[in-house]
Design a protein around this ligand. Sequence first.
Ligand SMILES: [Fe+2]
Ligand SMILES: [Fe+2]
Ligand SMILES: [Fe+2]
Length: 485
Amino acid sequence: MNEKNLTQSLIKGGIVHGYRRQRLFWTLMLSLFLVFALTVAVGGRIFYEWEHEEMHEVARERSAALALPGAIGDVGPGPAVTVDEDALKEIMFKLTLVYLFVLAIFACLLLLVARIRTRQFGNLVDTQRSMVFALASLAELRDQATGKHLERTRSYGVILGGRLRRLAKYRQVIDDQFIDNLYDAAPLHDIGKVAIPDHILLKPGPLTDEEFVLMKSHAEIGGQILSKIIERLDDPLPFLVMSRNIACYHHERYDGSGYPEGLAGDAIPLEAQIYALCDTYDAIRSKRPYKGPVTHMEAVQRLMVSRGSHFAPDVVNAFIDCEEQLLELFESYQVYDEVYQGFFDNQSGGGPAVVWSSEFEVGVELIDRQHQELINRINSLIVAIREGRGREETFMLMRFLQGYVVEHFRTEEGFMLRHHYAEYEAHKEIHDAFIADLDQLAATMESTGIDSDLVVDVNQKVINWLVAHIFLIDKGLRNCLTSSE
Ligand SMILES: [Fe+2]
Ligand SMILES: [Fe+2]
Ligand SMILES: [Fe+2]
């Protein structure tokens, strides 16, 4: 599909519908403002001319009154006609004031309307987003085996979309908004599975032909569910239209052998082309009731073989360019799953992955502040890995940690000593071991640079530290306070 066709298909699908309305609104407001400014300027000028004329009239009358009485016939030239400059300046000053006043009122009105409009739009976005997350969670609940599949695949979409937009062909279509929409839309891709019976959805073995036909219907059903929602909304957000396209077409194949409609090539919406690869990569790598996990290299090979048959060639090329980032992301989530103990609950809500809570507090302001600082850094790393910036952030985190641990451990150990903490030695040993591990990671970073393995190792190290030390052992420091009270 060429750029023009792509854009047309997006417009047809309503992708740019919402933006058009926004643009129309602002164009209208701007035109109104210009018309108003022009009217005031022209009106002011006419008024000025009129006042000016009136001043001349007054001057003429005065000069006539000053003419010598008793003269017969020609009264002569009389005194020169002069305009009262001060009065004229006063009128101009008043006019300017009135003009500025009206302009200020108009600007306030404009701001007020814009504010109301923005708030309404914000509410609309929030409502539609919440609805999507509720629906997505519903689908996830039915299909427990997928774990963090939704979270990972939406992040793969961001990475792949970012890589594809570098191609001239997609520059007009894939902008920041497209990628944001893809991220929001992705969790709904399998919403149609809510209609698939449990004995098929959760079957721990291969499906029969009949069962497979039923299973395949999830794509069409998902498309129908979302189409119904879109039809009922006056102003559906573009990401809803995108989620409909992904739900309906993520099992289409580039050569036309997919389902439900057997679309081929660029007739498949771009978002569905991208998401199809994300979904498949994650499914291949994950353990499912009916199959074991597969290594990253094997997954890469399988996807490369399907270039031009199952997947769009451009999408596979983009994947090859950033496959290591997908690897980092997948492995990082394995870390979260392994140590998952409720600390990462917030991920699907779009907020920070780890949320500080009072239950982690030691009760010493400085120590608690330092722990929160580390959590902020870990959240930044998680976001960076999701956005394909894992290496840069890992480098920054390593630099940060080298200074942080020295200062933080000194604070904690000093505190333990002052309060004669019974487990001081054991606690200090753990600190020292962590410093040694960090030194080793730093040495690897120096010698071999940052690769996917290092990103995953650092990620694993800090997450484990958070869960096994800060949330568990450091909490014991509270005892110091209680016993010394
Ligand atoms: Fe699916
Ligand atoms: Fe600590
Ligand atoms: Fe500690």
